[in-house]
Structures are given as C-alpha cells and as structure tokens.
Design a protein around this ligand. Structure first.
Ligand code: NAI
Length: 505
C-alpha cells in the first residue's frame, strides 16, 4: 500500500505536547500541515516548540537553514475546524475524553472529503468506541505516536473493529514514509507498548514490596546488567507517578482486573503523598538540591577462587567463560547437562531459572547461589546474586569473588524468585506472548514496539528466544509455583512454542 504523497495536506487537531510534535513530523516529511486548537495560545506555544526544536537541529548541523524555513512555511495555523477541509489525513491529539473526541470527529465528517482518513493519537480510548457514532466508522484509525513525537521512532497503527484495512495500510505506509518504525495493533487497552511494558514496573514494585532488593539496587541492576537505559523507579519518576499509576489502574480495569496488571500499594502511597517524581521534586528519589545520592548495594571485595567448573553448555554463559579464562581461572568442564552455571569447590553458582536458591540448595543437596540474567555478560558491569537461606556467607563470598575477578560489581539481594533482570524479562516476554496470542500484534510487532516506543535494549520476544524459550518457561513456571497466583501463569503461546520446539520470532 502506498503512503499519502507529500502533495496531500495533513491536519493536526490539538497543538499540545503531542500535537505540536506530530505537526513537526508531518511538515518535515514535506506535507502542508494545518494546525488547529481550541486555544490560540496553545497554537502559539506549539509553534514556538517546533521553532526551538528546528533551531537546535540547525545548530547541531542536522538540518540546513533553508529546510528549517521550508518546514515552518508548510505549517498553516487555522482558527476553525472548517479550515481543515483540504486535508487528506487528520490526526487528532486533543484532550483524552471520549465525548469531546467523538464530537470533533463527528464535525469533521461533514467538513472533509469522503476519502480523507480520520486518525486519533489516543493512548487509552478504544478506536472502535470513538468511531462508533460516525457515519463512516471504517475510515477511522488510531495513529499512536510516542512522546516526544519527533524523536521517538514508534507509531502504533490501531485497528478498530470496523477500520478498513486499506485505511490502516495507507496510514501505516504514511508513518513509515515519515521515518517511523510502524506496527499494526488491534484496538485493545494499552495497545502494544503500554501493555507489554506493565511488568517492567509491576515486577520491580513487587520485588521492592517483598524486600527482594531496594530501589537504587533494582534500578542499577536493570541498567548495568539488563542494559536498559533507565531503571523502573527512575522511569516512573520521569513519567510521573501520578500518570504511571493512572495508566496502571486504567489498563487493570480495562482488562476486568487482570491480576498481571494489578496496581501496587507502593504506587498508591507515592501518589497519596504527592511524590509524583521529578516534576514534584520527590518521588522514589529525592530531586532537591544537595539531596543524598542513594547507595546501591555493592558487595565488598572478596577473595576469588582459582578454579571453577562449567556446568551445562548454555551459550549465554560463554562470555563469562572467556572472561574467566582471561582472568587466569582454571575452567574445568563438568558433567551435568541439566544445570546451567558453575561449581566453585562444592558450591553451585547457577543462572537463575526462577527457582529460589534455598529450594535448589535442598533439592540439589549442595549449597546454591543463583545469579541474574545479563543482556550481555561481557558488557555487564554488575551482576546480582542471591544465596539460599541455608547457605553460608563464606560460600556467598566465593561467588562474589568470582564475578569481581571478572571485573563485575556484585549486588547481593534477597533470595527472590527470578532475581531482578531474569524475572522482569521473563514477565515482559510472557506479556508480549499473550498480546500475540490474543491477536493484538505479531511477535515482530512486540519487539519493534518495545525497542522503539520505550527504548528497550532488545525486544522481549527475541530476547526470550536468545535466552532459550524453555528457560523462560521454567522461570515463569517457578514464579507460578512459588506464588500460586494467576498473575504468573504462562502464556499459551509460549507454552505451545516450547512444547512444539518452535521459535517465537
Ligand atoms: P495536551 O494537554 O498537551 O494538549 C491537548 C491540546 O488539545 C490542548 O492544547 C488543548 O487546548 C487542545 N484541545 C482540547 N480540546 C480541544 C478541542 N475540542 N478542539 C481542539 N483542541 C482541543 O495533551 P497531549 O499530552 O498532547 O495529549 C493529546 C492526546 O495524545 C491525548 O489523547 C493523549 O492520550 C495522547 N497521547 C499523549 C502522550 C503523552 O505522552 N502526552 C503520548 C501518546 C498519546
């Protein structure tokens, strides 16, 4: 399907945070863009926002001045909806209110040509519901940009129940022509990115709530081991705890109290206290001047062993073996194919499969320490470890000494199932699998959404595949067994892929 040619005019309604960004994207792609807002001042502010962005681009050498002037020249201010008549695509980015959105689209139907596409940037309202009262609901589609629209690559194309496939395909191709990474998604609460991202926050909150690790340690492990740009608490503080809490509640209720999306009391307390995050100066962290920098748990230097035995042939651990050899360790090859990790003297150091170290210590009849997942064990600067309750500090310090000798910092956390990165990545992959299973999008769609909408270092479907689907399955099974909660049930898609030995992506 071909994109709308740049010779076709586009209109954007709402010149706020999102609208102004979308105007800039469309005008940069060569379209004449009509901009309308109920408030004249909002248009003023929106245009100033665009001017400033473009000036910065020129000063950084990303844009030449002629192009800047041309882009601004293509932006046309409008004072009434009727002025949008020539547009072939109208993108609405007004207040998140179903009645107001419906009223605006109802008026537009009588103003625009019959072949014009009606798109909404809504992040939480059903496209089916916005379209329902229109004379021609099939020409309504969701075009969900991410903030800031000129920078964030993702656009989710949302299909309402009666959206014409041709309309969705043209909108998809147009967003692609605007330089975006685009995915199709069925109109369901949270669409893709805002739904699949839920465990990033909810599991971190759960680990905190259960005393698994403290806030700075969770954030630090997610960044330094998981390769994410920000930890969940840092990100919640940036988004605003009020907004994050409200999105969590809205997705939870929209899915009729699905336990996976259940909000956490910790969030509620933050909001009740007015601790909204960066914007209020205090959230999970204190942003006031001179505030103490919270301490990340980092183990003290321990004496390293000299010899280790590799257990199993998990390719994920190859970088650790290479590092160990480089650090002068004697690396023996063990006989176990069942276990994934190392043996130091009589102590097991195993990659977490979700089973707590205390349980492994009992079942395997050896003192066991589990270590967390890293995006890349060579690049990771920190690894979280946890010992079984019965395991001595002496055994723990051998494990810490081993990772320290490989140049890693070590965070000792409580024996919580799946530790931090493994647990969160497994739950993200589970959520992505469920979205695919329910026909919301494709596995590739999940990965594109998470890499480009929320900047994950790797899409959760590909990541699960790289870790091994049966390992992810084991982690989820262990969580389910440990908690006995519906929240940790494995997605049927993942279960079927593991049973059939099939890939997800
Ligand atoms: P905003 O509050 O910054 O801007 C909304 C603008 O719409 C205001 O300038 C307001 O004057 C105008 N407006 C309100 N009612 C109007 C009407 N009847 N006719 C014309 N203009 C009207 O809001 P923001 O954040 O830009 O959000 C807009 C839409 O984008 C919402 O649907 C929101 O869910 C969605 N969205 C927001 C994201 C964000 O991070 N802020 C991300 C993705 C989507």
């Amino acid at each position: 399907m071909t994109a709308l040619p740049p010779s076709n005019a586009v209109a954007v309604i709402g010149a706020g945070t999102m609208g102004a960004g979308i105007v800039q994207v469309a005008a940069t792609a060569g379209h004449v863009v009509y901009i309308f807002d109920a408030s004249e001042e909002a248009i003023d502010r929106g245009i100033v926002q665009i001017e400033k962005f473009l000036e910065r681009s020129v000063s950084k050498g990303r844009l030449d001045d002629e192009e800047r002037i041309a882009i601004l020249g293509r932006i046309k201010r409008c004072s009434k909806l009727e002025d949008l008549a020539p547009a072939k695509l109208v993108i609405e980015a007004i207040v998140e209110n179903i009645d107001i959105k419906r009223s605006v689209f109802g008026q537009l139907e009588n103003i625009l040509d019959d072949d014009a596409i009606l798109a909404s940037n809504t992040s939480s309202i059903s496209i089916t519901e916005i379209a329902a009262k229109l004379k021609r609901p099939e020409r309504m589609v969701g075009m969900h940009f991410f903030n800031p629209a000129p920078i964030m690559k993702l656009v989710e194309i949302i299909h309402g129940l009666v959206t014409d496939k041709k309309v969705a395909d043209i909108t998809f191709a147009t967003a692609e022509a605007w330089g975006k990474k685009v995915v199709h998604a069925k109109s369901t609460p949270g669409f893709i990115a805002n739904r699949v991202a839920r465990p990033f926050y909810s599991e971190a909150l759960r680990i905190l709530q259960e005393g698994g690790a403290d806030i700075p340690t969770i954030d630090c492990c997610i960044r330094e081991s998981g390769g994410f740009r920000m930890g969940p608490f840092e990100l919640m503080d940036l988004i605003g705890n009020d907004i994050n809490f409200s999105v969590t509640k809205s997705v939870y209720n929209a899915y009729y109290q699905e336990p996976r999306y259940r909000p956490n009391l910790i969030q509620q307390e933050q909001v009740a206290a007015g601790r909204y995050g960066r914007k209020s100066g205090q959230g999970y962290y204190d942003y006031s001047e001179g505030a103490e920098i919270p301490e990340v748990h980092t183990a003290e230097a321990a004496i390293a062993p000299t010899e280790i035995t590799l257990l199993g042939g998990n390719p994920l651990l190859t970088p650790l073996v290479t590092l160990a050899k480089g650090a002068g360790f004697t690396v023996n090859k063990g006989v176990s194919d069942e276990l994934s990790g190392f043996m130091i003297d009589d102590t097991l150091l195993l990659l977490s499969d979700g089973t707590p170290a205390s349980e492994l210590t009992t079942v395997l009849e050896k003192p066991t320490i589990v270590f967390d997942l890293a995006l890349d064990y060579k690049a990771a600067s920190r690894i979280a470890i946890a010992k079984g309750d019965q395991v001595s500090d002496e055994d723990l310090s051998k494990a810490a000494g081993f990772f320290q000798a490989l140049g890693k910092k070590v965070s000792v956390i409580d024996d919580c199932p799946g530790l931090i990165v493994m647990r969160i990545v497994a739950m993200l992959a589970n959520e992505g699998s469920d979205a695919v299973y329910q026909g919301v999008t494709s596995p590739e769609g999940v990965d594109i959404a998470m890499e480009n909408g929320v900047n994950y270092p790797k899409g959760p479907m590909r990541w699960a595949q790289d870790i091994g689907l049966s390992h992810i399955f084991a982690v989820l099974d262990a969580l389910s067994c440990f908690y006995g909660e519906d929240r940790y049930r494995t997605s049927p898609l993942l279960r079927r892929a593991v049973i059939a030995g099939k890939a997800l992506v």
